[in-house]
Design a protein around this ligand. Structure first.
Ligand code: MET
Length: 546
């Protein structure tokens, strides 16, 4: 395991239930977290990033039973599908945690024992409503009568999620959640940025101010729940899946053996906010552990404005989309249209349009800059002996000089301009800012038409070098802006950026933040873009295919 420090930027996704194969929502959570993690790493911060699978509980147990497969084998098979999705999605995690991992069992036992020793666990009779598909308890006031669509029978459902609830009554272990109502409220009041976006913070504050927290049943009889971690020293009970699952964030940090544990930033979907913003902080307080750093909540992806569902036939499969359009087309689409506090609307047409926009903006810039009319090597070599500031001065055109220096500073500032956006998962802002630079740079061609600066036979030396200088400055600025933009884009679209940086012949060691400034690398560009052995530049589309 990689050594962690108190300053390590630790980003987590939820760990996903393995009752069914992965969908677009999983791809989204993973990609949001991956972009943040890649970005922090790119900025030379010490990082740690985990994702994984949540494998115990009634929901998974029943899915395995329905499939007629042993629960562990069932989980192995689905966990590998989630891992495959992570691989396809270029998800650069440090640990893929499975709640069936040995060290997780040890962490859960330890945690239970500490909370028990701290006297926050007791045995009692549990009677109440439970939803297997939500793996959640509901109070009498949270449920309502309904009719089963298939059987016509009367059923009880959760008002919030519409999932069926069943009445359970048995002896269980309880966690004294009621003890933490005031402590949670005062912690949240002291930390108004703990839950982002603010509307979710307000929601949790409202819950804590208007509802009384009741103690939480954290175990099930082993006869009912076989597929769960046994309660320490009581084999007749299995641990409630959320008590087990949330601890994954500690297991990955090396709990209980770790001496230093960074505070994680949790990224979660809006459906699991109560578990992460009420239960989890309360569990941690009970165990005497530090609070997470922050919890960011994202919305869901709809299609045609409606929830995706197999029966409606409006399900977008991230694997099929990635295989058809390329993983990075999907990553770019999700990041461009991701706004945390609203739901996204998936549309293949919009994805396709965005892909074309990307090609038009950035590949076009590359094809234009690398035209045969220009001498890239000459342009780059000028910068080896003189700065851009002093070169533009020699052109003697103030407006031109201002434009070039404006582009230079705006490109140089880009990485700091988007830093907060990315670390706060506001990816749409970052993508927009990056995209805004394409017309700015492309404008150099439209405004100055550098291909028109042809040197004529009767041009004096002075005229000739003035023409060359202006052309070289334009080409250098355009190409180098593109190089920097691509270096920055690596966190969002690692595959596309790598392909285009390869086309520019940018050294693989010179793709770090140290080179994300205009003029910081003058060694690329030789034979760029041309296919080996061919004198024909690649087309814009070919640029994105290997
Ligand atoms: N398994 C849960 C879900 O998929 C998340 C658990 S995160 C500790 O909703």
């Amino acid at each position: 395991m990689k050594p962690l420090t108190a300053l390590t930027v630790y980003t987590t996704t939820p760990i996903f239930y393995v009752n069914a194969k992965p969908h677009l929502g999983h791809f989204y959570s993973m990609t949001l977290a991956d972009v943040r993690n890649r970005w922090c790493k790119f900025n030379k911060r010490d990082t740690f990033f985990t994702t994984g699978t949540d494998e115990h509980g009634l929901k998974v147990q029943m899915a395995a039973q329905t499939a007629g497969v042993d629960a562990k084998m069932f989980c192995d098979n689905l966990a590998s599908k989630f891992k495959d999705l992570a691989k396809l999605g270029h998800i650069d995690y440090d640990r893929f945690i499975r709640t069936t991992d040995n060290d997780h069992y040890k962490a859960v036992y330890h945690f239970w024992n500490v909370v028990n020793a701290n006297k926050y666990i007791y045995k009692g009779k549990h009677s109440g409503w439970y939803s297997v598909s939500d793996e959640a308890f509901y109070a009498d006031t949270d449920i309502v009568e309904s009719t089963d669509e298939k059987t016509g029978e009367k059923i009880m459902i959760s008002k919030e999620t519409s999932s069926t609830v069943i009445f359970q009554s048995e002896d269980n272990y309880f966690f004294q959640l009621s003890e933490f109502q005031d402590k949670l409220l005062s912690f949240l009041k002291d930390n108004p940025d703990f839950i982002k976006p603010k509307k979710y913070y307000d929601f949790i504050i409202n819950e804590l101010e208007t509802r009384t927290l009741t103690d939480l049943s954290i175990s099930r009889l082993s006869t009912r729940l076989q597929w769960g971690i046994p309660v320490p020293n009581d084999d007749t009970q299995r641990i409630y899946v959320w008590f087990d699952a949330l601890i994954n964030y500690l297991t990955s940090e090396g709990y209980p053996n770790a001496t230093v544990m960074p505070r994680p930033t949790h990224l979660i979907g809006k459906d699991i906010i109560k578990f992460h913003c009420i239960y989890w902080p309360a569990f941690l307080m009970a165990a005497g552990l530090q609070m997470p750093k922050q919890v960011f909540v994202h919305g869901h992806w709809l299609m045609g404005g409606r929830k995706m569902s197999k029966s409606r036939g409006n399900v977008a499969d991230p694997i099929k989309i990635s295989n058809y359009y390329g993983t990075d087309a999907l990553r770019l689409f999700m990041m461009k249209y991701s706004v945390l506090d609203t739901d996204g609307d998936y549309s293949e047409e919009t994805l396709n349009t965005l892909r074309s926009e990307f090609i038009d903006k950035f590949c076009n810039l590359m094809v234009r800059s690398l035209s045969k009319n220009f001498n890239i090597e000459r342009a780059l070599s000028k910068l080896k002996t003189e700065s851009l500031e002093s070169l533009v001065k020699n052109v003697g055109d103030n407006e031109f000089s201002d434009k070039i220096l404006f582009i230079q500073s705006s490109i140089n500032n880009l990485k700091s301009d988007i830093d907060e956006d990315i670390t706060n998962f506001e990816m749409h802002r970052a993508v927009q800012k990056i995209f805004n630079h394409a017309p700015l740079v492309n404008g150099l061609f439209d405004n100055y038409e550098p291909w028109a600066f042809k040197v004529k036979a009767n041009d004096s030396e002075e005229v000739k070098s003035a023409k060359e200088l202006k052309q070289d400055i334009i080409i250098f600025t355009a190409l180098d802006s593109l190089r920097v933009i691509l270096i920055i884009l690596q966190s969002i679209i690692p595959e596309y950026s790598a392909l285009l940086l390869d086309r520019l012949n940018v050294d693989s060691k010179k793709r770090t933040i140290d080179y994300a400034n205009i003029g910081s690398d003058l060694s690329y560009g030789k034979d760029a873009i041309f296919k080996k052995g061919s004198k024909v530049p690649l087309s814009k589309l070919e640029l994105l295919s290997q």
